[in-house]
Design a protein around this ligand. Sequence first.
Ligand SMILES: O=C(O)CCC(=O)C(=O)O
Length: 200
Amino acid sequence: MECPLRIVTDWITKEEERDLLHHIHVHPWDDNPDLQRRTQQFGYIYSYRRRACSVRRAEHVGPPLPTWIRPYLARLESDTPIHQMIVNEYTSGQGIAAHLDAAAFGPTIYSISLASDAVFRFECILDTSKWYEVTVPRRSLLVLEGAARNLWTHAIPARKRSATRISITLRSLVELNQLAQSAPTSLSDEEVAWLQQIDP
Ligand SMILES: O=C(O)CCC(=O)C(=O)O
């Protein structure tokens, strides 16, 4: 049994990859003592220490999603708005430990790979003898949903690689998805815009 993930190869062009990398390189990296790799966070801030991301905590409210990501958000054709974006940088020898994305995040997780391919390791939480590795190519879109999001952990084993990899992870927040469904008319346009981290 393999994890039912989706990889869309060549989801962005070489020019778009260059453009995205430029925007990322001119933006300051977060000061995050809990991690070895560098990150940038936009929208709502995920706390690696608390493993939480809540719209009800002021310290989790970060800078709005940058305007340069908007064309790519539209291209996702996601069922829910994207509320949170993390840029991860993996230099040679850096990876990410096996994890399921936190329950605070919505049903579909997207990751755009830039600058280098990466080997991901997926392992089934119901039977840890079931695991496999797959190369996620640069310029692809990785989509984790259903079993791939909830029943298989993903990791990037720390290995020597020839080039630094950068990824952009895009996620919605369950809290905001629920709010949008339950009380869409009780919020003003400004409140909705603020919660969605977009310009009114
Ligand atoms: O680098 C990636 O593509 C995945 C990042 C990831 O799993 C995360 O930020 O939780």
